[in-house]
Each structure stands twice: as C-alpha cells, then as structure tokens.
Design a protein around this ligand. Structure first.
Ligand code: NAD
Length: 325
C-alpha cells in the first residue's frame, strides 16, 4: 500500500533527479523561478543560468526593467506566472514583509506551488518570518528552507556566495547543487530560522566593522595619511576585516566597490539598518546585550534621515568625514 511518507519520498526523489540531471548537464531540464532581481537577485539568477545548463528559468520583479535584466531567463508578468510549474522557487526580496506578502498574501505563490516543490528564501528576514514560512509551507506540502547569503554583490556576481541554511538536512542535500551554481559554500546551520539567525549575527559584525573601519580610515586621512597606504598596513595587521580588504569604504582604495562608484549599487544603508533592527529584536527576545549593534543601528538610521537610505552602507565613511552630498 502506498503511504503518504512513501509518496513524499518518491516526489522528492523525482525533484532531486531533475536537479541532479540539470546540474550535471545530462538531459532533463529543471524548472526554476527567481523572484526579486535587484542588486543580488539579478546576479544570482544570471549565475544560475550560466552554471546550470539545463535550467529553465522564469523570473519576476515588480520592476519590469529588473525582470528583463537576466539574459536567457523568461520574464514573467507576475510571481504567480513565474512559479507555475516550477520545481524550485527562489525569493530574493528586500525584507520579511515583502516576502510574506509574496508567499502568503492574497495573491501569494504558496497556493500555486506543487506539492514537494522547493521554496528557498534567500532574503534576510529574521528567524520569525522563516519559521512562519516553514510552517505554512509544511501545511501545503511544500519544502521550505531559509537560505540567506553573505558575500555581497561582488560574491553574487562571482558566484562565490555563502548560503546559510535552516531546515531539513535532507532538503539541503537536494537543493545544494542549485545553490552551488550561485555560491561556493552551502552551510546547514540547523532547523528552520537557523540560517537567518546566522545571517543576523554575521551582519551585526559586518555593520560594526564597517563603521569601525570607516571611523579609523577617516581619522587617518584627516591626520594626513594616504588611505591606500593605511589600508595596506591594516590589511596585514590586527585591524583587517572584509570591510577593509574587500569592500573598503574610501573612494579609490579598491576597484569595483561602491565607494568608487559614488556609493551606488551594493548593499544599501536601508538594508543594513533593517538587518541590525532584526538582530536587536532577536536579542531583546532573549535579553542578550548588543550595545555596539544598537549604536551601529542608530547611526545607519540617522544616515537614512540624511537621505542616504539607497546608498551603499560603506557611505558611512563619507558621512563621518562630514560630507553628505
Ligand atoms: P534590492 O532592493 O536591490 O532588490 C530587491 C528587488 O526586489 C528589487 O529589484 C525590487 O524591485 C524587487 N521587489 C520588491 N518587491 C517585490 C515584489 N513584491 N515582487 C517582486 N519583486 C519585488 O535588494 P538586494 O540588495 O538585492 O537585497 C535583497 C535581499 O538580500 C535583502 O533581504 C537583503 O537584506 C539581502 N542581502 C543583500 C546583500 C547585498 O549586498 N545587497 C547581501 C546579502 C543579503
């Protein structure tokens, strides 16, 4: 007699075989939908197509220009249209509110997803949203994983992102080949929400180190040092961090970073402020002290009030140096 568990296993196996076939470029194609094609999503979707040859990719973004930006993908008029018939759906949206509306809202895609399809949310939303999505997905027979990323737009473009994943290990194993088309590491962090918790902890460090780096480099420059020389010393000393050696906030120190592009593109002040707020809420829930996180959060929020919400967060350097225009 066929059991429900047996059916679920067989369906999961079918999806696994389809994903494996397309990654290893055998025959069948896998239907993937990507929703949210901003700074990160457009680059991730591009790599997904480039590295997974037999993937049929449908994409959707509220901005039609963004939806048309992924060469080789099929742009759709709605999220519903994009996910119709998909084995795997990836969302890369600005925040938890938008993700919940897109998945669970009146026009939510969950209703459209077939049983045992995979819903992977790579947006940074916090653990509560991830758990709510996991519960709703489970009730609908859909497999959910929270799959937030680190590596920024450079990692998204290079396909070197780190995926921090929460959910069932069996499901992680199934979708890992898909994630590895966009990143170089897939780390299973624990149950639903654990990927999001890992991401918030990482971004707490990121926000703090970016401000610390900008503060020190601004001090050095104001005291007459060459920022390139100062950075080169920091980068072989104890002050080194991703913010100093990969994403330096001083214009002209590194190529291909937002600081060299008038702080356009990249990871916006609005988004880091959102992540620090999520980290604070999580910390409040368990009475964990996050004194530097709180201060960092307030600084980025102040920058939003100075019209810098859409600039890359490394613009803190310019803000501290006294120029906001
Ligand atoms: P972004 O604002 O550049 O892109 C978000 C995209 O979602 C936009 O193109 C927007 O038009 C689209 N969108 C908004 N509402 C939508 C809807 N209802 N349906 C479909 N599309 C919709 O943001 P981003 O920088 O790409 O970041 C996306 C997520 O990834 C965020 O949660 C962010 O915190 C996280 N993240 C960003 C970075 C980074 O360096 N930018 C790094 C890691 C994680």
């Amino acid at each position: 007699m066929r059991t429900r568990v047996g059916d679920m296993f067989r369906n999961s196996l079918k999806v696994l075989v389809r994903i494996d076939n397309c990654i290893h470029k055998r025959h069948a194609s896998s239907n993937v939908a990507f929703i949210g094609l901003g700074q990160m999503g457009a680059r991730m979707a591009t790599n997904l197509l480039k590295k997974g040859q037999n993937i049929k990719l449908k994409v959707y973004d509220v901005s039609p220009a963004a939806a048309g930006s992924v060469k080789g993908a099929i742009p759709c008029q709605s999220a519903d249209e994009a996910v119709d018939g998909s084995d795997v759906v990836i969302t890369m949206l600005p925040n938890g509110g938008v993700v919940k509306e897109t998945v669970l809202g009146p026009q939510g895609i969950l209703k459209k997803l077939s049983k045992n399809a995979y819903l992977l949310d790579s947006s940074t939303t916090g653990p509560e949203v991830a758990r709510d999505l996991a519960k709703a997905a489970q009730d609908s027979g859909v497999r959910f994983l929270d799959t937030p990323v680190s590596g920024g737009v450079v990692g998204a473009a290079d396909g070197t992102l780190t995926f921090m994943v929460g959910g069932s290990k069996t499901d992680v194993d199934v979708v890992e080949p898909i994630l590895l088309t966009m990143g170089k590491k897939v780390l299973h962090c624990g149950d639903y929400g654990a990927g999001q918790i890992t991401k918030l902890c990482n971004n707490l460090i990121l926000g703090i180190t970016m401000i610390g780096t900008a503060e020190a480099l601004n001090l050095g420059v104001k005291l007459g040092l060459d920022p390139k020389l100062l950075t080169s010393v920091v980068n072989i000393s104890t002050g080194r961090s991703w913010s100093s050696d990969t994403y330096n906030p001083v214009p002209g120190v590194l190529p291909n970073v937002p600081a060299g592009n008038n702080y356009d593109g990249g990871f916006s002040v609005g988004l880091i402020a959102k992540d620090l707020g999520l980290a604070e809420v999580a910390a409040l829930g368990i009475n964990a002290p996050v004194p530097l996180g709180a201060m960092t959060h307030q600084l980025f929020r102040t920058m939003i009030n100075h019209g810098l919400a859409n600039k890359d967060f490394s613009v803190i350097y310019k803000f501290l140096s006294g120029e906001t225009k």
